[in-house]
Design a protein around this ligand. Structure first.
Ligand SMILES: [Zn+2]
Length: 142
């Protein structure tokens, strides 16, 4: 999947989210996994919000999921995004459970639908930052 035209911001990396963004730079989606709850922790942080476990270990996910909900943005209040409309803001449910707010790229906005199978794609910004978005699993390699 080629890079979208959407702006690539600089992620807010802190001591809690550093392993997550390191994973993103390595083109991997890694999340904290709490063994006692048998569940991934989203958003990334240094404790399990269900049981309070400190520093759950990081585990790589499949990077795949399905579109849970989405909206087509036709008018953006943000200057940098204004020229990119229409674009998709979506809630993607990862195969592992967590629901992630993201953009769907790599297809026409009109093709996006609920339950569409998507996978993480990684886009680089000018400042060397790397972020993740999601694109359809089908139709890869153009
Ligand atoms: Zn837990």
């Amino acid at each position: 999947v080629k890079s979208s035209e959407l702006p690539v911001g600089v992620p807010d990396v802190n001591v809690e989210t550093e392993p997550f963004w390191t994973g993103i730079r390595e083109r991997r989606l890694v999340l904290p996994f709490c063994e006692s709850c048998a569940d991934y922790v989203w958003y990334p942080r240094s404790f399990c919000p269900k049981c309070g476990l400190s520093r759950p270990p990081w585990r790589e996910t499949s990077g795949r999921g399905t579109v849970y909900a989405f909206t087509v943005v036709h008018r953006s209040p943000l200057e940098a995004w204004r020229t990119c409309t229409p674009f998709i803001i979506a809630l993607v449910e990862l195969a592992e459970g967590p629901r992630v707010l993201t953009n769907i790229v790599g297809c026409d906005p009109g093709q996006v639908h609920i339950d569409m199978e998507v996978e993480a794609v990684f886009e680089s910004g000018e400042a060397g930052s790397v972020i993740y978005r999601f694109a359809p699993c089908e139709g890869r390699g153009e």
